[in-house]
Design a binder for this molecule. Sequence first.
Ligand code: AMP
Length: 125
Amino acid sequence: MPIDATLPYDDQNIFAKILRGEIPNQTVYEDDWALAFHDINPQAPLHVLVIPKGAYVSWDDFSNHAPAEEIAGFIRAVGHVARQAGLVEPGYRLLANVGGHGHQEVPHLHVHVFGGQPLGPMLVR
Ligand code: AMP
């Protein structure tokens, strides 16, 4: 079920538990600002999620409330993950679902990184 991205942050969400080490994950990158790990239900040959270490419900919350240093650190981490995976030359896709129409299911900001094959048109029609 998609979440309401206007609700306050819920520190019992699954990605908060991953950040606290309460649930295992397959980490591919970590720094002061971000954690990146393989999606548990991959939709492409490479499907990694990059999440900020701060408590932000969505892209809306993050872009509205995060300090500039945290935003810069997170964006750099997303770029690093794609470069580290060798995705720049073949190309890749980033996606951040927000709220109901975006079909966001986990209420902690995450950017999906997809790659490893031609990904086709942006949306299913
Ligand atoms: P979204 O619909 O944008 O909120 O995407 C949530 C994503 O989180 C989905 O692609 C799920 O497969 C993924 N996911 C949910 N639980 C886990 C988990 N424990 N470890 C890794 N990925 C997860």
